[in-house]
Design a binder for this molecule. Structure first.
Ligand SMILES: CC(C)(COP(=O)(O)OP(=O)(O)OC[C@H]1O[C@@H](n2cnc3c(N)ncnc32)[C@H](O)[C@@H]1OP(=O)(O)O)[C@@H](O)C(=O)NCCC(=O)NCCS
Length: 153
């Protein structure tokens, strides 16, 4: 993609840059959802895309499931609002999915809150489907539990 470096595995030292942009990119405080654990301990499973000048363009936190080895789980992903609609989000997913497949995963899961229209549209465009499960993350925390088979075409 023009002006962007190729996707690469997330590193521990990406944490500060992600923390600096995450609330603005999501449009609300993300708090400990963006936990350092995903960078320091799980980083190499995630994906980072930078602009050519090194500024963050998008990132994905996720990992192959330890309890369901055929499942790749996306915890969170976000793209710079100035770069949306150019395929950066899909590139994050495809890079994550390719590496998860190499580790034996054959399906991928991600959650979306019912009001997050952009996230829902993104996952549907990538061929995800799934039920809305009331209280999935606790009282009042309904989520659509999206899944699809790998690879992502
Ligand atoms: C969701 C998000 C990551 C999408 O990133 P993006 O780089 O704009 O997505 P892409 O350009 O790769 O789009 C991939 C597909 O999704 C569709 N899509 C993405 N955002 C969409 C939106 N808001 N409305 C409708 N369709 C959308 C695109 O049209 C494209 O479909 P196509 O392949 O049929 O053309 C981005 O909007 C974002 O960072 N949102 C805030 C954080 C968030 O909600 N993260 C997800 C939950 S953790």
């Amino acid at each position: 993609m023009d002006g962007l470096a190729p996707p690469r595995p997330l590193r521990a030292d990406d944490f500060d840059a992600a923390r600096a942009v995450a609330d603005g990119w999501f449009g609300h405080p993300v708090g400990l959802t963006l936990h350092r654990l995903f960078f320091d301990q799980l980083g190499p499973h995630g994906v980072w895309i930078a602009r050519d000048d090194g500024a963050p363009a998008g990132f994905l936190l996720g990992m192959p499931s330890a309890s369901e080895p055929d499942l790749a789980y996306v915890h969170l992903h976000a793209v710079d609002p100035a770069l949306r609609g150019r395929g950066v989000g899909a590139a994050l997913y495809r890079d994550f999915a390719a590496r998860a497949m190499a580790q034996g995963c054959s399906r991928i899961r991600a959650l979306a809150a019912p009001g997050r229209e952009g996230s829902i549209a993104f996952h549907r465009a990538l061929g995800f489907d799934g039920p809305l499960i009331p209280g999935y993350l606790g009282p009042g925390q309904d989520r659509i539990v999206f899944e699809r088979a790998l690879p992502i075409p």
